[in-house]
Design a protein around this ligand. Structure first.
Ligand code: 5AD
Ligand code: SF4
Length: 456
């Protein structure tokens, strides 16, 4: 007998790793009859997959719990009460506090234990005196089922590594996601093959420190010891149907020569590298415990550019880290001018409880940090617009992902991860086709599809 149908609403906050985890939670819960819906109002189960990286991100969870309360109350006396779960990094960092501060929450689950969700939900229902699904499958089975993936679209995330041992002094990740851990190569290949067989053309390998990847070698190659990311990429490049591979996020210290060489050798490895530096000042980099100087970072970029000159470089920056002076901030601007970024993310330092940065003297005034952020962002926007405009007149292969906002248009991505809109027939969704770029703005490109005749 099929399990009773239930409605599942998952809201995802934060990084791509959470997007991936949410998809896997959906996969794990599907055999219990949970079907995804787009709004929480009528859900049997609501999961907030949360982010703890900055204070604002964490606070959003409490606001959302407040909004959910009336919906939960409205269903309380029905035969289908709402269960609310908090997953992800806020769950890991503040589990007990959440249960106290927001009694509306039924259960909390950390990022490493989402495969236990069926069991935890059952426990919650049992505690409420509800009847359990008689078809409830053993957890081991769900683990096995989690090997299959429901796939939407033609571009997918694939987690290859989790956790971080770098302990940058501003960052909560080593505490919420734990120590570095890599999935074995065979497991990743199996998942990549499933994705390819379901029409996925592009995969993005995910990890908090993805280029620190050191996974168990495939069966028969055990003598190799652990494989690094460069080697893994070469192996994945052989899978038929996967035309594009990306990876994120990397640490400058782990950009080894094999990985850099892969950027020159592998056609399917897209010319885009997200390599955060955080600051251009060596004094601040030291205080952040980044374990590299700006010069060392710049040298890595130079090496990557020497094998792949057109590569788009992206980065992350933090302004207003404790002790940051005008001179330090000027060094960041100078560093940005030197690298010339195709895109970047920049943030005001957020003081996270429990991290060494939170206890440092010379915390920076909010107004100063805001002003610096604005200055940095206008420079980065200028560079991003400039990079996009260099594509005008070029012919780029575009992976079309979905319908565009305007009728008759499709939305796709260039090799450099730029968003692109152009007039194109809907049968091209999921295909890669050449487009001549006709215009570019800060956030996207427009283009003209190359007709078959001129594609010859
Ligand atoms: N404050 C501001 N930004 C942060 N990041 C991580 N921790 C903090 C913090 N405490 C930023 C870094 C990182 C990105 C994912 O988030 O730039 O690379
Ligand atoms: Fe956080 Fe630093 Fe690890 Fe990145 S490398 S996850 S910023 S501790």
């Amino acid at each position: 007998m099929a399990p009773q149908r239930k409605k599942l609403f998952i809201k995802t906050y934060g990084c791509q790793m959470n997007v991936y985890d949410s998809e896997r939670m959906r996969d794990v819960l599907a055999p219990l009859g949970y079907e995804p819906i787009d709004a929480p109002d009528d859900a049997d189960l609501v999961i907030l997959n949360t982010c703890h990286i900055r204070e604002k991100a964490a606070e959003k969870v409490y606001s959302e719990l407040g909004r959910l309360r009336p919906h939960k109350d409205a269903k309380a006396d029905s035969n289908r009460p709402m269960t609310i779960a908090v997953a992800g990094c806020v769950g890991q960092a503040e589990g007990a506090e959440i249960m106290k501060r927001a009694p509306v929450v039924d259960l909390v689950v950390g990022p490493q234990t989402y495969h236990k969700l069926p069991e935890l939900i059952a426990q919650t229902h049992r505690a409420r005196g509800e009847r359990l699904e008689t078809e409830f499958e053993p957890v081991a089975k769900f683990d096995a089922l989690a090997g299959d993936r429901a796939v939407e679209g033609h571009s997918a995330f694939l987690t290859v590594q989790e956790g971080c041992d770098k302990f940058c002094t501003f960052c909560v990740v080593p505490y919420t996601r734990g120590a570095e851990w890599s999935r074995p190569v065979d497991q990743i290949v199996a998942e990549a093959r499933i994705l390819a067989s379901k029409g996925v053309r592009e995969i993005t390998l995910l990890g908090q420190n993805v280029n620190a990847y050191h996974g168990e070698a495939p069966a028969g190659r055990e003598a190799d010891g652990a494989w690094g990311l460069g080697r893994l990429l070469r192996h994945l490049a052989l899978i038929g149907g996967l035309d594009r591979i990306r990876y994120t996020t990397s640490h400058p210290r782990d950009m080894d020569d094999e990985l850099i060489a892969a950027h020159g050798d592998l056609e399917c490895l897209m010319p885009y590298l997200h390599l955060p530096v955080q600051s251009g000042s060596d004094k601040i980099l030291k205080a952040m415990n980044r374990q590299h100087s700006f010069e060392e970072y710049a040298r890595v970029i130079e090496k990557v550019r020497s094998v792949r000159p057109d590569i788009a470089i992206s980065g992350d920056f933090i302004v207003g880290f404790p002790g940051e002076t005008d001179v330090d901030f000027e060094a960041t601007l100078q560093g940005v001018r030197e690298i010339n970024y195709a895109s970047a993310f920049s943030f005001k330092y957020s003081r996270r409880p429990g991290t060494p940065g939170a206890a440092m003297p010379l915390q920076i005034d909010e107004a100063v940090a805001s002003e610096r952020l604005q200055t940095l962002q206008s420079l980065l926007v200028e560079q991003q617009t400039g990079f996009n405009r260099t594509q005008i007149g070029k012919r780029l292969p575009v992976l079309f992902e979905k319908a565009g906002r305007i009728d008759g248009q499709l939305h796709g991505r260039s090799p450099y991860l730029q968003s692109l809109h152009c007039d194109a027939p809907s049968h091209l969704v999921g295909q890669i086709a050449d487009v001549v770029i006709t215009d570019a703005t800060r956030n996207s490109l427009t283009g003209r599809l190359v007709e078959k005749a001129d594609a010859a």
